[in-house]
Design a protein around this ligand. Structure first.
Ligand SMILES: Nc1nc2c(c(=O)[nH]1)N[C@H]1C(S)=C(S)[C@@H](COP(=O)(O)O)O[C@H]1N2
Ligand SMILES: [Mo]
Length: 317
């Protein structure tokens, strides 16, 4: 069969319409702030069917939980920061279907006696899941109360037997521009990376989360597995983790690499150390109208202040 490829000059004016519509759509997308992702109308429609999230059975509520009012499921899952799925607050929800969190594997590397690559199910099987209702504070000045489902990072660390050289734990998000289309643009250096000092990682408040509100994690919240460190600004809680490495030196963390004068490695919530461009003294709890005071270590001082005794928190911000 012979296929005739038309030249541009062959195209009749009546056939130009679809291209005009395409251009109009593109202008609309740019106006809506979505052009940066290069995503078109069809992509939004792909959102129509959502992934069904399995309920997670037999959860005990951790005594570390706060009894404050929880942020609505809608806000927890439709007001997000996950730049791999767009920079707008609703983008991660809108574009969540790009991410396929199953099958998923995690690689454990570095200074430990049991490195290896595990599929997610095998990786989490040894741990009892529990519910942890935590305050979360974003460096941008908003906060939420989220009922996470997860297990202590410390339990996992013990399983892999880090050597005495392991002073820090480094984490990496998936790099896959098809599943995380925000990675098609150099908004941040990809993949997103984060890290904790070993004693921070071992603190009982630090968890790996695989769910929220009693169900599996929605993609926009970092499915299938993400870190949750409630006394630090939200960006430390890295999403959609594929790699965990035990290291001797302080690892890189994405926002510190991009803007070191604004974001330090520690990034503990601290109302006394302002961001260079705004105060950190107050915050808006999503769903509430009036602002409230931000608490030292996001209200978790009793549990974590001792980790930083003797450190100048203005220097190590
Ligand atoms: N990989 C990755 N992890 C990330 C981010 C991101 O852009 N990419 N954003 C961080 C920021 S700034 C915040 S406040 C929290 C938000 O988590 P949530 O959307 O589940 O509330 O995720 C953090 N983890
Ligand atoms: Mo954040």
């Amino acid at each position: 069969m012979i296929i005739r490829i038309p030249k541009a000059s062959d195209v009749k004016s009546s056939e130009i319409t679809p291209e005009n519509i395409y251009k109009q759509r593109r202008l609309f997308m740019q106006a809506a702030g979505l052009g940066a992702l290069g995503l078109m109308t069809g992509d939004i429609l792909a959102k129509a069917e959502e992934r069904s999230l399995r309920p997670l059975a037999q959860l005990n509520k951790s005594p570390f939980s706060t009894d404050e009012d929880m942020t609505s499921y809608k806000d927890v899952t439709q007001y997000n920061n996950f730049y791999e799925l767009g920079t707008g607050k609703k983008d991660p929800y809108r574009f969540s279907n790009y991410l396929k969190p199953s099958p998923w594997s995690i690689t454990i590397e570095g200074e430990c006696t049991k490195p290896g690559t595990y599929n997610l199910e095998d990786f989490i099987r040894p741990y009892a899941l529990e519910e942890r209702i935590y305050r979360m504070r974003c460096v941008e000045g908003w906060s939420m109360v989220i009922p996470w489902v997860g297990f202590p990072l410390a339990s996992m660390i013990k399983q892999f037997e880090p050597t005495s050289r392991a002073k820090y734990v480094a984490f990496e998000t998936l790099y896959d521009p098809e599943m995380l289309p925000g990675q098609k643009r150099p908004v941040l250096p990809w993949p997103y990376v984060e890290g904790l000092r070993m004693d921070e990682a071992m603190n009982p408040l630090t968890i790996l989360s695989v769910g929220l509100y009693g169900k599996e994690l929605p993609n926009q919240n970092g499915a299938p597995i993400r870190l949750v460190v409630p006394w630090k600004y939200g960006f430390k809680s890295i999403k959609s983790i594929v790699k965990i490495r035990f290291v001797e030196e302080q690892p890189r963390s994405t926002w510190n690499v991009v803007t070191p004068n604004e974001y330090g490695f520690y990034s503990n919530v601290n109302p006394e150390v302002d961001h260079p461009r705004w105060s950190q003294g107050r915050e808006r709890r999503i769903g509430e109208f009036l602002k409230r005071d931000t608490l030292m270590f996001n209200g978790y001082a009793e549990e974590v202040a001792s980790l930083y005794s003797g450190m100048d928190l203005k220097k190590f911000f």
